[in-house]
Design a protein around this ligand. Structure first.
Ligand code: ATP
Length: 208
């Protein structure tokens, strides 16, 4: 589960944010909607412990994550949170397989090649595992991001605009995949988007 209360953040005195509280249990989904510039990515990065709030509290798996050292935060993030960025970040010199296995490395876990292959098969890109990520289409890269986010069976999956540049058909596929995969590992799935097509897909919603 993940929840936040009274989160405040500012990039500068002119750019301040107060975010509504969020709560998402394991196996539940939450859609965070808001127009461009409202702070969706900022909120997602706070929830992902990539940014530090000025005030407020975040709980992950019932445990508060404030007041921890940078090392502890990195460890908690790697073990508990799977992040799907709007634009996938890959290490271009590594293969698709090795990019997925990086999740294990960052969480200080043993490389699980079998699991990476299984996820790649489920997500339909197994034949691309030996290739460099730049040779994959955008939709394929997105599925690799999903696999990478699932590798450590995180408590929480955070997805930033996962469908903004996809057609209706691929949007449906990606959302179905995210829901199925997060449910299968019992994770909370939090999606931030301005994509109104997703409104009917997620019963729980927060508007920024
Ligand atoms: N590093 C930064 N420094 C200063 N201002 C920033 C920084 N990152 C974002 N902002 C500003 O904060 C506001 C919110 O940005 P954010 O990316 O969170 O919005 P968003 O709702 O995700 O937008 P979009 O839908 O366009 O991606 C924007 O006005 C943006 O310019």
């Amino acid at each position: 589960m993940i929840s936040s209360t009274n989160l405040h953040f500012s990039y500068s005195p002119q750019k301040k944010f107060s975010f509504p509280d969020i709560h998402c249990n394991g196996r539940e989904t939450l859609l965070i909607l808001g127009q461009s510039g409202k702070g969706k990515t900022t909120l997602l990065h706070l929830l992902a412990l990539l940014l530090q709030p000025e005030s407020g509290q975040i709980l992950i798996a019932q445990k508060p994550v404030s007041g921890l050292s940078a090392e502890e935060v990195t460890r908690i993030r790697a073990k508990n949170i799977g992040i799907i960025y709007q634009k996938p970040h890959f290490v271009s010199s590594l293969s698709v397989l090795d990019n997925i296995l990086l999740s294990n490395y960052l969480a200080e876990q043993k490389e699980n090649v079998q699991k990476a292959r299984l996820l790649a098969e489920k997500l339909g890109f197994a034949e691309h595992l030996p290739k460099k990520t730049s040779r994959l289409s955008q939709g394929e890269q997105q599925r690799v991001s999903i696999a990478r986010a699932l590798m450590n069976e995180p408590n929480v999956i955070l997805a930033d605009e996962p469908t903004s540049s996809l057609d209706d058909n691929n949007t449906q596929k990606v959302i179905t995949l995210l829901k199925e995969q997060s449910a299968s590992i019992g994770a909370s799935l939090v999606v931030v988007t301005h994509d109104q097509r997703l409104k009917d897909e997620f019963p729980n919603q927060v508007h920024l």
